[in-house]
Design a protein around this ligand. Structure first.
Ligand code: ADP
Ligand code: TRP
Length: 320
């Protein structure tokens, strides 16, 4: 079984990205042949600063390796090291109906916000389809927000196979409902773009400031607390350290226990959970040549698979 996923290098990764996408993807990688990549072509639809993009790509590579991606088992690469995906995206563009792309939420959201979309943003889901189809992936682990893009990929692959013969595997999305959406410090979905994110590798001082700043209701310290299912700090603790969350919940319900203590427990749990990864990241940072080697070796393996698919595709459509 082949498994593929990508992440855009568009800012610092946060614990929502980790628990929503990275951890499930890393677990799934044990069950098949995984291809995980850094979607730098996709990031070009929103990042227009070369140095910034390069830095983000380097950060995402360090983050994934520090969080436990095993490059001996998983093919880990930069999307732009497999430029065949842009050729495939062009071919797929030519069989993709415009209304299907006009319907995509990611595109509709941006235009609704008043942004003037570029053509890249419009055909973004077609490039994503090319990423997935070029490695003939069976399974695509993603967060809920990406479900529509996987549907589009399935539609495009089906249309291609009907028109030109059976070339592509039809992929399926793998979505973890258990950690559907992690809330940010303000209670909205945690996101790089909302200023409410707790970074995985933020320094301790910055993380403390974020955690202590999580909004809470104003029940007095002495009161037995109610409505705890609305409590953001407790929701986050439940994902990071479920046993500690149960203890904290019991104390809060009993009364005479304040939210300050809960937040301190959350901070300690966060620091504990990510301590080994933090240490690994610090090691890797001293060895950037190794990280580059990993990405190049991944690119070589991904290229071999991509070339084999493109041979079939070119033949099927009549390009050679
Ligand atoms: P962001 O909104 O921070 O820019 P992305 O859109 O780059 O995040 O998402 C990268 C991956 O992380 C996707 O698979 C997405 O579903 C997942 N993800 C992002 N934010 C959260 C969250 N708050 N909770 C759970 N998963 C998330
Ligand atoms: N669009 C995805 C996101 O924003 C990133 C991505 C690009 C991707 N290509 C992919 C995810 C292929 C899965 C498969 O999160």
């Amino acid at each position: 079984m082949r498994i593929l996923s990508g992440i855009q290098p568009s800012g610092k990764l946060h614990i929502g990205n980790y628990f929503g996408m990275m951890r499930p993807a890393l677990e799934l990688a044990q069950k098949g042949e995984a291809f995980y990549f850094i979607a730098d072509y996709h990031a070009l639809t929103s990042v227009s600063n070369a140095a910034g993009l390069r830095q983000n790509v380097a950060d995402v590579a360090l983050d994934f390796l520090a969080c436990g991606l095993d490059p001996a088992k998983t093919v880990f690469y930069r999307q732009s090291d497999v430029p065949q995906v842009t050729e495939l995206a062009w071919i797929l563009n030519c069989i993709t109906p415009m209304p299907m792309l006009e319907n995509c939420v990611s595109y509709k959201d941006k235009t609704a916000q008043g942004l003037t979309p570029n053509a890249g943003l419009f055909t973004y889901p077609v490039l994503q389809a090319a990423d997935i189809l070029i490695v003939q992936s069976h399974l695509v682990p993603v967060g809920k927000d990406q479900k529509q893009h996987i549907e589009v990929t399935r539609d495009i692959a089906g249309a291609f196979n009907r028109q030109f013969g059976e070339v592509f595997t039809i992929p399926e999305a793998s979505i973890r409902e258990a950690v559907a959406v992690m809330p940010g410090t303000d209670g909205q979905k945690m996101s790089k773009s909302y200023g409410n994110a707790i970074e995985i590798f933020g320094d301790e001082k910055a993380t403390k400031k974020k955690v202590m700043g999580i909004i809470t209701d104003c029940q007095p310290m002495e009161a037995p607390k109610t409505n705890l299912d609305q409590n953001i700090a407790l929701q986050l603790l439940k994902v990071i350290a479920p046993d500690k969350a149960a203890e904290q919940e019991a104390k809060l319900v009993a009364g005479g226990y304040g939210y300050g203590e809960l937040k301190k427990t959350l901070l300690a749990a966060l620091m504990d959970y990510f301590a080994p990864m933090r240490a690994k990241r610090a090691e890797l940072e001293k060895n950037l040549d190794y990280v580059e080697q990993v990405l190049r070796a991944g690119a070589a393996r991904a290229n071999a698979v991509a070339n084999a698919t493109m041979e079939q595709v070119r033949k099927a459509v009549g390009l050679r």
